[in-house]
Design a protein. Structure first.
Length: 453
């Protein structure tokens, strides 16, 4: 009888063990199926966003081309119009005086024929002895008879003393000469002589080069023209309701006053998900359901932005070379802050005060140095913590947003991993793996999202 009872007990225990194994295998199969669904959806959505981006780039290139053509035309017209208002001499652009009949305007210019009666043009000069001209006779403090280089004699007068100055005993003029008719004067032998009469008029000028004028033209174009805007297309993914299967793996974490509410993924980013988003799998330990590793901090934040764009969410990170800033008000994916990570690892508002995430027995919740068997393991294959989060202790170390110290560039990693000792897998241990550009087979990450008000 005792032998029969013992046999029955053994049979019942075997059935129970078999049932537990079956339930565990079923749960694991469901989790893998859920992950496959998420990856499949993201693969489809990534392709949609890629095609939309290509169309956006095509539209932008066409509009940029049209803008460039419009600007070139505007600049050419501006330069032509500008030069029509100014006359150039020795690098100076003198403003042409309007309101004076062109037939009444003459300029004395500095060339081989300083005195020129070309009534359709404007000329400017600064006359001195090197021009070939010379003073014949000062008639008063504001008038002079002047011989030009070709022997012509003219009468000049002015009212503004700033228009002429003496340098080394010679008069220098920098002005417009307005023809006023003729001037009659007595010669030395008592005869009369008639010469052209000019009034000297002040005129403004600008020091300018051709590059200066082009620069002014471009500034004027940007200020006054109507530019065609860059296309702002709204991707299909942003007009589609966010799928529940993407949120199914995220756990809502109730804040505690100091920490705002947020979402955190129940597991580390898998190799399958990483490959869909980034197009590659850098991991050294093969397994689509295993956590991705050999990922730098920079690659992790880039992944977050790409996943956000593919999912129709706002990108949290602004990335400029090695400078990265995070907008925590955006609804996209990001790395958890160190404070968020530790709060979630401890179980949030459901915490029971365990040393490791979910237990005081590290073997129940973590793959670490004593049991990792020289490889990473599928996510969610150990017991979860109080919030339902897996592998917050062990499997791979996890990047966080924060700097390890205010004076350095190293970023924090938490949770411990394959080659970590038990103490490094505790919920209170904080460490760093090196510069944010380093990678390692013991280093991965998980996702977080800000909870919108």
């Amino acid at each position: 009888m005792k032998r029969v009872m013992k046999t029955i007990v053994l049979i019942l225990l075997a059935i129970q063990v078999f049932s537990c194994v079956s339930a565990s295998e079923k749960r694991e199969a469901e989790q893998l199926e859920q992950e496959r669904d998420r990856v499949a959806w993201l693969a489809e959505r990534t392709d949609i966003v890629r095609r939309e981006q290509e169309e956006f780039d095509r539209q932008k290139a066409e509009i940029d081309r049209q803008n460039e053509e419009a600007q070139a035309k505007y600049v050419a017209e501006f330069i032509e119009n500008w030069k029509s208002k100014y006359a150039v001499y020795s690098g100076r652009y003198y403003e042409k005086i309007h309101g004076i009949n062109s037939s009444e305007v003459e300029w004395i210019r500095n060339n081989n024929n300083p005195y020129n009666f070309d009534r359709d043009k404007y000329y400017y000069t600064s006359l001195n002895k090197y021009d070939g001209g010379y003073v014949n006779q000062w008639l008063s403090s504001n008038s002079i008879l002047f011989y030009t280089g070709n022997g012509s004699l003219v009468y000049l007068h002015w009212t503004d003393s700033s228009l002429t100055k003496m340098i080394d005993g010679w008069p220098h003029f920098d002005c417009l000469f307005v023809y006023e008719g003729t001037y009659e004067y007595k010669t030395a032998i008592g005869g009369m002589n008639i010469v052209p009469k000019f009034k000297m008029v002040k005129v403004d000028y600008k020091e300018a080069s051709d590059s200066d004028i082009k620069k002014w033209a471009i500034e004027d174009y940007e200020k006054n023209s109507t530019l065609k805007p860059t296309p702002k297309t709204v991707p299909v993914s942003k007009r589609t309701e966010f799928p529940k299967q993407l949120l199914s793996g995220f756990v809502f974490v109730k804040g505690n006053g100091k920490i705002k509410d947020f979402y955190i993924d129940e597991c580390e980013v898998t190799q399958a998900l990483y490959k869909v988003v980034m197009g590659e799998n850098p991991s050294g330990f093969a397994g689509s359901a295993n956590p991705v590793e050999n990922v730098s901090w920079y690659e992790a934040v880039k992944f977050c932005n790409l996943l956000s764009a593919s999912s129709g969410l706002e990108e949290c990170y602004t990335i400029s070379g090695y400078d990265v800033t995070c907008d925590f008000d955006k609804n996209g994916y990001r790395l958890p802050t160190e404070t968020e990570w530790e709060y979630a690892a401890k179980g949030g508002d459901k915490s029971k005060g365990f040393k490791y995430s979910g237990s005081d027995d590290i073997g129940e919740v973590a793959w670490y140095w004593d049991n990792f068997d020289k490889q990473t393991h599928p996510v969610k294959s150990k017991k979860p913590n109080e919030l339902g989060l897996y592998d917050m202790s062990g499997n791979v170390c996890e990047w966080c947003w924060d700097l390890y110290s205010a004076s350095g560039s190293y970023r924090v990693e938490r949770g411990g991993g394959l080659n970590s000792g038990a103490d490094d897998c505790s919920v209170s241990y904080r460490g760093y793996y090196g510069a944010p550009s380093v990678t390692g087979g013991n280093l991965g990450f998980r996702l977080a999202r800000s909870a919108q008000d």
